[in-house]
Design a protein. Sequence first.
Length: 130
Amino acid sequence: MYFITESWLSDDISSGLIDPMQKYMVIRKDRGPARYGGVTTLVSRQYDTVIIDLAAEFNVLEVLCFDVICDGCKIRTFVVYRPPYYNAKAQDYIDLPIQEAQLSQRDSATLRVIEYFAESLKVIRNDTVE
């Protein structure tokens, strides 16, 4: 899997341009008409992937949520972009859709939350929910 933040993609750029050989499922959340921002993930097509729709109230966030099924194991994955200048209140707001998705889990899954800060890509959570 490839995780991309600050993808700068818009409706003008099709997912086929990102992966012309169609080796990956391209999952993306573009910032919209604004330049910059956005998150994109490329998941190998050898894995079953299910995109998880978050509540409409979180549409303003640059967050992707999806499950990857591999060898009978479901891995719930979040890709989140939070600009480095956001405060703790914004961090709490970003945590809300993650908490909602955790509550909706009925079976075991490994959760990975990836958050981008300007200086580095960090995995900030790697939990197992039972």
